[in-house]
Design a protein around this ligand. Sequence first.
Ligand code: AMP
Ligand code: MN
Ligand code: MN
Ligand code: MN
Length: 312
Amino acid sequence: MSSVIDLHSHSTISDGLFTPSELIRRADAHGVRVLALTDHDDVAGLDEARAAAAEAGIALVNGVEISVTWNKRCVHIVGLRIDPAYEPLRNGLAAIRAGRGERAMHIAAGLERAGIPGSLEGAYAYAANPGIISRTHFARFLVAKGIVKDTRTVFKKYLVKGKPGYVEHSWADFSDAIGWIRASGGIAVLAHPGRYDLGRTNLDSLIADFKEAGGEAIEVVTGNHTANQFIQFANYAKEFDLLASCGSDFHGVGESYMDLGRLPALPPGCKPVWHNWPEMSPEHVGRKSEAPSATGVPSTTADNAALIRPTY
Ligand code: AMP
Ligand code: MN
Ligand code: MN
Ligand code: MN
């Protein structure tokens, strides 16, 4: 059985491989009834997604995934049920996008020093939306050039801290981003907390700071977490009195670990972030027993097995 709720996904507006309409159609085909489109630092895909969702009978949740800096690290905060027209949010996202252009030039310069010329133009050729030029687009270029075998390896060899294409960058202020989401009527969700490679002390302080700044939920079930991390972050959610979210973080076939509509259920005892949402009416999600998903067993369906590479 498929999971009907998926609250984290990407389209070509950021670094996904499907257009917003294609993404919605795939979600529909996979049995998703409530989908959040959460492109990085841009809400430009939501109109197209909403139109496609109306056609498919899917409830679209307006979302965004904001890149922020916390203690000199980049972390991601997902905004759900945001108002994409809210000016301070729009302005904040525009500022992040502006920073991405400059960063891309530095990434390209670093790669050039490592003997790889032409990556700026190369990466932009893979970015349907040049405003969200990201490391993913550089990775796709390097793979297409035959320099590295897959995007995961590109990250490891070129695009992470200490490697030639890594550039320190100042993203949005942590509290500001949470503030924009909340003031626009949305809910701030700490994305994939298990992927930041933080020790227990730092993880505790990230989650405490997040809560203190007005964050209300954390991703418990995500394509980026292992089955043990589902349990670990369900416990964090309880300990910090945070709501629990679930989302595939689907970017595209071959680039994501988990496909749309293939999420395991939240562990018992979690209070779902959607507990009071009108989108969760039976009209959208069918019988209550079908929400949110399958069996509670980490999903290893054939569909997910084909999507071999974890994304962040
Ligand atoms: P950026 O926002 O430019 O820093 O790019 C971050 C994006 O790169 C994430 O949203 C992921 O989609 C992707 N990413 C990050 N780390 C990896 C990795 N190790 N393997 C594959 N994709 C990655
Ligand atoms: Mn991404
Ligand atoms: Mn994401
Ligand atoms: Mn992310």
